[in-house]
Write a protein that binds this ligand. Structure first.
Ligand SMILES: [Zn+2]
Ligand SMILES: [Zn+2]
Length: 178
């Protein structure tokens, strides 16, 4: 959804509330399972449009260890501000330059790209490596079995650690030489 905020941008003090109800965002990097709902209010403060509100979403992900499908609920708070181009200057034919660092790529010509904003905000919010459970045992690296469902028959491989040698040395020292 793209919101045209021309009316808000043109009137100081003007407010506009919007009920967010977006169908699932779906892309290579994100899959929502339910509609995204929330509210956002835009306020013209004179030089800026403030956006305040929040929304909730449910994102489908997979466990970072066992690859089981997970549903991760996400709550996002909206607190943004966009600089308003000087309308008088615009009408007079002068393009007012908004400083580069204040520019908001999702707010151009008074149109706010809400869908893209939501997509990016969710991506920031979701855990990079979610776990189905803190104690998830993951998959066996040899046979691929999900070890949460029980152990497999693969031999346990104990990796040699550089500390093993040190420990042997220390243990040898503790035993009094005969
Ligand atoms: Zn897991
Ligand atoms: Zn195995």
């Amino acid at each position: 959804m793209k919101l045209d905020l021309t009316e808000v941008a043109g009137n100081i003090g003007k407010r506009h509330s919007y009920e967010i109800r977006e169908e699932c965002v779906e892309g290579e990097d994100l899959k929502c399972t339910e509609p995204i709902v929330g509210t956002v209010e835009f306020t013209n403060t004179g030089r800026l449009i403030l956006a305040r509100g929040g929304f909730s979403a449910t994102v489908e992900m997979e466990c970072g260890r066992c690859l089981e499908r997970l549903i991760v609920p996400v709550e996002v708070k909206i607190e943004e501000q966009f600089p308003i181009a000087n309308l008088t200057a615009l009408l007079a034919g002068h393009e007012e330059e908004i400083p580069e660092e204040e520019k908001e790529p999702l707010f151009e010509n008074n149109v706010f790209d809400l869908s893209e904003f939501i997509r990016q905000a969710i991506l920031v919010e979701v855990p990079i490596q979610p776990l189905c459970n803190e104690t998830c045992k993951g998959l066996c690296p040899t046979c691929g079995r999900n070890l949460n469902e029980g152990p497999c028959d693969c031999p346990v491989v104990v990796e040699a650690s550089p500390f093993d040698k040190l420990r042997q040395l220390l243990e040898a020292k503790e035993e009094p030489a005969e």
